[in-house]
Design a protein around this ligand. Sequence first.
Ligand SMILES: [Zn+2]
Length: 147
Amino acid sequence: MHELSIALNLVEIVEEAARRAGAECVVAVHLRLGAMSGVVREALEFCFPLAAQDTLLADARLEIEMVPLVLACEPCGREVRPAKGSFRCPFCGTPSAQICQGRELEVSGIEVPDSEPTVEEAETSACSGSEMDDRPGTADGKRDVGR
Ligand SMILES: [Zn+2]
């Protein structure tokens, strides 16, 4: 299952960050998930506790913040938010493959006991290897994260 490998990858990254911070467990993980990340939120929420078993994250909550799709529209010269399932500018109707936002799959914060609410240096992308793949032309938004 796609989301299980992502969850395992996520747990690994967060556990390493928590260890570096000297934490004995993780209370919560904050994740930014783009609308076009190719990850099904419900499936990830289902897989997370499985992946977290027997790790520092065993009792951690997974807090997912959804990031909407934002495209760059050349004729309008600005960033626009298309209708759901659409890649066209809502103002001029021009299709765009330049995704500005919406492909995120990144840890935005980690909560550990007796510390600051978030561990800032843990701002590690859960798919840092895939950021290279940020070319125009991959307009379908599908990515092989975590495989
Ligand atoms: Zn436009």
